[in-house]
Design a protein around this ligand. Structure first.
Ligand code: PBG
Length: 332
């Protein structure tokens, strides 16, 4: 008996780059990417972050060339993290109007008014103990007293001209508290990107070197989510949407694509995913060892995140991916 010839041949549309491009369901574009930047207080500082090749802590005087490069690459938005010169128990540097982040916001808006500036709102870079909120005497992170501080920081960033504030502290009620404070201060048009489903992840390791925000004791598991919980992630997102979030985020991205996919089914709000420092560091390290083809691995990871449901991807690959995109889409 002769082997029957297949009635259906999906390979027909895989034959040439042009056919593949026509059949492609998910495409990336530079405006999908949001580039994180680390702004350090001080002058003439451009300190490379060893675990994140291509990234550095930069003082304000080293910001302009990077903004130019991002802009030329077609990146439409940046996410700012601040590293203050001094830290204290309450993280008061977070709402200092002349702190690194408000200064960077003003500088970017002067240089590139069309660039969407997002300010991360958290206390961990500003507290001496490295936790994301204020502490009780026995070292627990206090939810409600932290809300007011996150709100103050948000108002400071909005006042400096941020388009979007992005609370990442995982305190209950933080979106509602920030929305109310922004509105009270006349910042009705400042949007909130909620780090709605943020997991207590080992993949934040390199970021903590970059932002100098490693907790001095304990860990973040009493406020960030248990990686095992998918239903709870959707509940967190629902809460933030009801509190007035304008955009929702899942973080990290790669290990949580199921959450992204489920969130896409449930929510109409724009959905962001954060390909975090450890995800970037893994790809970089393996590539530098010659174990991965970096360009392909980079685009595969980003495409997977978008295919799962993300509209926007915060990624340390933003500039590199944007620069290589057109050529890659054509030949892939
Ligand atoms: C602040 C914050 C963290 C990240 C973003 N915002 C660190 C943390 O929660 O420990 C991680 C980002 C990354 O790893 O790239 N709370």
């Amino acid at each position: 008996m002769s082997t029957p010839s297949p009635a259906r041949r999906p390979r027909r549309l895989r034959r040439t780059p042009t056919l593949r491009r026509m059949a492609r369901e998910t495409t990336l574009q530079a405006s999908d990417f949001i580039a994180p930047l680390f702004i350090v207080e001080g002058r003439d500082i451009l300190r490379p972050i060893s675990s994140m090749p291509g990234h550095a802590q930069r003082s304000l005087d080293h910001l302009a060339p990077e903004i130019d490069e991002l802009r030329e690459a077609g990146i439409a938005s940046v996410l700012l993290f601040g590293i203050p010169a001094e830290k204290d128990a309450t993280g008061s540097g977070a709402w200092d109007e002349n702190g690194p982040v408000p200064q960077a916001i003003r500088a970017i808006k002067r240089q590139a008014p069309e660039m969407v500036v997002i300010a991360d709102v958290c206390l961990c870079e500003y507290t001496a103990h490295g936790h994301c909120g204020v502490l009780s005497e026995d070292g627990a992170v206090l939810n409600d007293p932290t809300l007011e501080l996150l709100a103050r920081a948000s108002v400071a960033y909005a006042g400096a001209g941020a388009d979007i504030v992005a609370p990442s502290a995982m305190m209950d009620g933080q979106v509602a508290a920030i929305r109310a404070a922004l509105d009270d201060a006349g910042h009705q048009d400042t949007a909130i990107l909620a780090y709605a489903a943020k997991f207590a992840s080992a993949f934040y390791g390199p970021f903590r070197e970059a932002a100098e925000s490693t907790p001095q004791f304990g860990d973040r598991r009493a406020y960030q989510m248990d990686p095992a919980n998918g239903r709870e992630a959707l509940r967190e997102m629902r809460l933030d949407a009801n509190e007035g979030a304008d955009l929702l985020m899942v973080k990290p991205a790669g290990p949580y694509l199921d959450i992204l996919h489920a969130a896409r089914q449930e929510f109409d709000l724009p959905l962001a995913a954060y390909q975090v420092s450890g995800e970037y560091a893994m790809l970089k390290a393996a590539s530098q060892n010659g174990w991965l083809d970096e360009e392909r691995a980079m685009f595969e990871s980003l495409t997977g995140i978008k295919r799962a449901g993300a509209d926007l991807i915060i990624t340390y690959y933003a500039k590199e991916a944007a620069r290589k995109l057109a050529a890659w889409e054509a030949k892939a």
